[in-house]
Design a protein around this ligand. Structure first.
Ligand SMILES: Cc1ncc(COP(=O)(O)O)c(C=O)c1O
Length: 413
């Protein structure tokens, strides 16, 4: 593991006394990094020691007025952001229809109405909402939330969104679950938003669930309150230490350049985020995944068209070269374009569940999709098409279904 200077939490954990007899949680009773909030380790609920100093350092690094360490993933950050928005008077929030499910869950739980930007699809992937669509949605909402970058490595039009929100006097929030590696670059969400989430564990070398949520201006105090509601009172110190390590981790520009060459060599999507290598295999996607896994290469996800390989600054160039060597040999088919969904005739009434095989033609009542990436295949209110049913049937993991059945509006009333 590369040495990264200045990591306060790791230093505090290393300084632990050798004779440490644990009469505290966790129940495994081993000394080491996995401790609880002790006299010397500060307390995340009301930090005033090493954790407070680390959060201040991270805020400085990310350009925020306040930043909060999270050990419960970006999901916790999304809840805290939407809580802060609600507290600041937001009742209707413009969001991309393909936002992560946590956005819709938080809106539902907190009484915020999502104003969906449906967005276009092209070559089988959901596109970022256009400027016109954002402007239209914001005119009927009190705030805007964008996802940037998305799972396919595309950025939302953040500069435009910032101008638009500033002119309308409405806040901009960004779900940067896939963008923590961008701080210090012009594409970083924190250059534009009042509130934003960094999914540190996804694209930087942090342990799973490590994240940061940040804010500036008056939003910082509202966010602090939200974080208090949703953050665990038993944070994992290994995760906390890893988040600090990862935020301080330097860029790997040689790898960033190698990733762009790998994209060209593999005919991957020409997306602007170096860390997402998205290769079109079309109908051969499952076969390609099986072949690569048989050679010890595990991608992030296979959406039935594309296989997505997630990079971070710790990937070695020779590892990337091995991926390119193996993936370049594999057969490809054209990606299947659109999924044929159309707006449903009704979006209200009694909800029932039907087996996927019977869902074609029905109006979906609850968004459902493939997990990961946890973005919907079918949106609530859409009339379900055969290709959508097939994508869900082929998926290894799904969300939004109930024991494999889809929520649809009843037709009998
Ligand atoms: C765009 C986006 N936002 C938020 C999340 C939630 O992140 P986490 O799994 O860290 O809670 C995800 C997870 O995949 C995501 O893709």
């Amino acid at each position: 593991m590369k040495r990264v200077p200045g990591c306060r939490i790791a230093r505090m954990l290393r300084a632990q006394k050798r004779r440490h007899l644990s009469f505290h949680t966790p129940g495994h009773k081993r000394a080491g990094a996995d401790i609880t909030e002790l006299s010397y380790s500060d307390a995340l609920y009301a930090p005033c020691g090493v954790l407070a100093e680390t959060e201040r350092d991270i805020a400085r690094i990310l350009g925020a007025d306040a930043a909060f360490l999270l050990t419960d993933g970006s999901t916790c950050g999304i809840y805290a952001v939407i809580f802060a928005l609600r507290k600041g008077g937001v009742r209707r929030l413009a969001v991309p229809a393909h936002a992560h499910c946590s956005v819709f869950h938080a809106c539902e739980a907190l009484g915020v109405r999502p104003v969906c930007m449906r967005g276009e699809r092209a070559a089988g992937i959901p596109l970022q909402p256009s400027e016109a669509e954002i402007a239209r949605a914001l005119s009927g909402a009190d705030a805007l939330l964008l996802t940037s970058p998305d799972y396919y490595g595309y950025f939302a039009p953040l500069a435009f969104a910032r101008e638009l929100c500033a002119a309308a006097g409405k806040p901009l929030a960004v779900d940067g679950a896939h963008g923590a590696h961008l701080h210090g670059t012009p594409q970083y969400a924190g250059n534009y938003a009042q509130l934003w989430v960094d999914g540190v564990h996804k694209s930087l070398p942090a342990l799973t669930q490590g994240a940061v949520v940040s804010a500036r201006g008056a939003w910082a105090e509202r966010l602090r309150e939200g974080v208090r509601y949703f953050r665990t009172t038993s944070p994992s110190y290994p995760i906390l230490a890893s988040v600090e390590y990862a935020v301080r981790y330097p860029r790997n520009e040689a790898l960033e350049r190698a990733a762009q060459s790998a994209k060209r060599a593999l005919g991957a999507l020409d997306n602007p985020d170096w860390s997402k290598l998205v290769v079109p295999f079309g109908a051969y996607a499952d076969e390609a995944q099986r072949f690569l896994e048989a050679h010890g290469i595990y991608p992030e996800f296979n959406d039935g068209n594309y296989i997505m390989f997630y990079l971070s600054p710790v990937v070695r160039r020779r590892q990337l070269a091995r991926l390119v060597r193996l993936a370049a040999k594999l057969p490809r088919a054209a990606v299947t374009g659109e999924d044929g969904a159309s707006d449903g005739a009704s979006d209200a009434g009694r909800v029932e569940t039907v087996p996927l095989a019977l869902a074609e033609g029905r109006v979906c009542a609850r968004a459902c999709g493939i997990f990961p990436p946890c973005v919907p295949v079918v949106l609530a209110g859409e009339r379900v098409s055969a290709p959508q049913v097939r994508r869900l049937q082929r998926a290894v993991h799904t969300y939004g279904l109930c024991d494999g059945e889809m929520y649809v509006y009843a037709e009998d009333e």
